[in-house]
Design a protein around this ligand. Structure first.
Ligand code: FDA
Length: 506
């Protein structure tokens, strides 16, 4: 397989085999393991028993990507595409069938045009690199995307993308102007060439079902010269239940400039188990204004000026990345790709359409104490989100009050413990059924969760795809399937949760 792939890549790119061999890694290549591990961001899939790819290709140019698609097609391998490797269930770099990985981490150009307030962002760039490049050129432009700087553009942008400016500016995909993709015929297409249907599909429907995304042209957004961040904790004994209950009425409805994430975590205090609720916030404005706003709207939080820090928008991105001294931190840390290895973890998601009653929250906190480790993150929507139609992009959950992320990480790598933590996530998800969206129960595509269904791409592919597809995309699933059927009828671009083609009528 290696030899025939090398030969084909060399022919298609008109490059000598010795040169192309530098971007093709088989298992016998001494760099294979480090190339594979460089972008595994969930240590649960970085073990000796994790399935490994037969070959990894690391393109350096668009023509390498086209050739990789064309040369892989005749071979019977699943073709996995990886940009930043942050897929929560590892779908960009594992498979239970023989597979290749196309790793785009070398295609990482970011070019910012301040006059035009746009940027070209390549799939292999990280969000940290995007923010850094914007900061280098302007202190009053920003970009509404995820809060973790190591997340890759390829998966994050094609799958929706949200961050702490979601209430003011909506999702990342709401800022797309153009895109470039390599299709199943190896053609490089921009928005005009791919057409509005495919452009719509890769604006939230995930790139991996439709082709290889090379990058996006995006509109940047104005940010004030000074923003405010704060973090305030409350335990149950301090009134956390009341505060969280009230937050549900304020977080999604307050001033669009304010994003208050709520973290809910079981903790032990004075040898007693309790729950800690932490509000982590970004306010696109001054500290005095947000303190005054919340003294009226959410007095239960008791926010004080001394809880707040004013800084630039870029520094706030560092702060959200848990850098306590954000104002002292070297901005170049966002360019660092030599990260510590990640810990094992599991994520799930839900959407809340109506506020959970106070006694419901009490029972939830009790359940979390009983389970012991799993935490929840409530991310408020409202604001700009509700102004955008549910079918404007494949992302349908525009009118929800907030999204829940179920989050558990652990250090120990014993299979027994892992089983226990995965079970906590599933039990809590099941416990929440009465409180969250229904028919279909929603889930966020970028919080990949194989528990909600996987696709074997056999005879029942459409039916299997409909299960997770409706949860991620609601009614937009139908349009995604039609586009998929038109652009990739033989289902070359597939993974465990990709969009299926329409079933053929016999
Ligand atoms: P990865 O390379 O693993 O790809 C993810 C998926 O996209 C795979 O199915 C892959 O095949 C496909 N894909 C990747 N590149 C492609 C390309 N060029 N063309 C076609 N398909 C491609 N989300 C969010 O919205 N807001 C947030 O703040 C965060 N924060 C966050 C923090 C951390 C630590 C993690 C691990 C994850 C997040 N996420 C998130 C979720 C994140 O948006 C999601 O995992 C993205 O898919 C990650 O994109 P990567 O390119 O890094 O992943």
């Amino acid at each position: 397989v290696y030899d025939s792939l090398l030969k084909c890549l060399s022919e298609k790119t008109k490059t000598p085999q010795a040169q192309i061999a530098k971007i093709v890694f088989s298992r016998t290549n001494p760099s294979y393991t480090s190339v594979l591990r460089a972008y595994i961001r969930n240590a649960r899939f970085n073990t000796s028993s994790t399935p490994k790819p037969t070959i990894i290709v690391t393109p350096l140019s668009e023509s390498h990507v086209s050739a990789a698609v064309l040369c892989s097609k005749p071979l019977d391998f699943v073709f996995k595409i990886r940009s930043g490797g942050h897929d929560y269930d590892g779908l960009s770099y594992i498979s239970d069938k023989p597979f290749f990985i196309l790793d785009l981490s070398n295609l990482r150009d970011v070019s910012v045009d301040v006059a035009d307030q746009t940027a070209w962002i390549s799939a292999g760039a990280t969000l940290g690199e995007v923010y850094y490049n914007i900061w280098e050129k302007s202190k009053v432009l920003g970009f509404p995307a995820g809060v973790c700087p190591t997340v890759g553009v390829g998966g994050h942008l094609s799958g929706g993308g949200y961050g702490n400016m979601v209430r003011k500016f909506g999702l990342t995909v709401d800022h797309f102007i153009d895109a470039k993709i390599v299709d199943v015929n190896g053609a490089v297409l921009d928005r005009k060439a791919m057409g509005e249907d495919l452009f719509w599909a890769i604006s939230g429907g995930g790139g991996g079902s439709f082709g290889v995304v090379l990058g996006y042209k995006v509109k940047l957004v104005p940010v004030p010269a000074t923003v405010t961040v704060f973090r305030v904790e409350q335990l149950m004994a301090d009134g956390a239940v009341d505060m969280v209950h009230k937050w549900q009425f304020v977080g999604p409805k307050t001033d669009k400039n304010l994003f208050m994430r709520m973290l809910i975590q079981p903790v032990t205090r004075n040898k007693k188990k309790t729950v800690r609720a932490t509000v982590v916030a970004l306010y696109l404005g001054k500290a005095d204004d947000v303190v005054s706003l919340l003294s009226k709207e959410l007095p239960e939080l008791a926010l004080k000026k001394e809880n707040c820090t004013e800084m630039t928008w870029f520094q706030s991105a560092l702060w959200w990345d848990n850098r306590v001294n954000a104002t002292e931190t070297d901005p170049k840390v966002f360019l660092d790709r030599n990260l510590d290895s990640s810990s094992p973890g599991k994520r799930k998601s839900d959407y809340v359409a109506t506020e959970i009653p106070r006694n419901g929250l009490e029972s939830l906190f009790k359940k979390m104490i009983e389970l012991g480790k799993i935490g929840l993150v409530f991310n408020p929507y409202g604001g700009r989100m509700t102004e955008i139609a549910e079918d404007a992009t494949p992302f349908p959950h525009r009118n929800m009050l907030y999204k829940i992320q179920y989050s558990v990480n652990w250090k120990e790598s014993s299979p027994e413990l892992e089983k226990g933590y995965l079970n906590e996530a599933r039990v809590l998800h099941s416990f929440m059924t009465g409180f969250v969206s229904k028919n279909p129960r929603g889930a966020y595509f970028n919080y990949r969760d194989v528990d909600i269904g996987v696709n074997d791409h056999g005879e029942d592919s459409y039916k299997e795809g409909e299960v997770y597809g409706r949860m991620y995309f609601g009614k937009n699933f139908d349009r995604l399937v039609k586009i998929k059927t038109a652009v990739d009828p033989d289902n070359f671009f597939r993974n465990e949760q990709s969009i299926p083609t329409l079933p053929t009528t016999k």
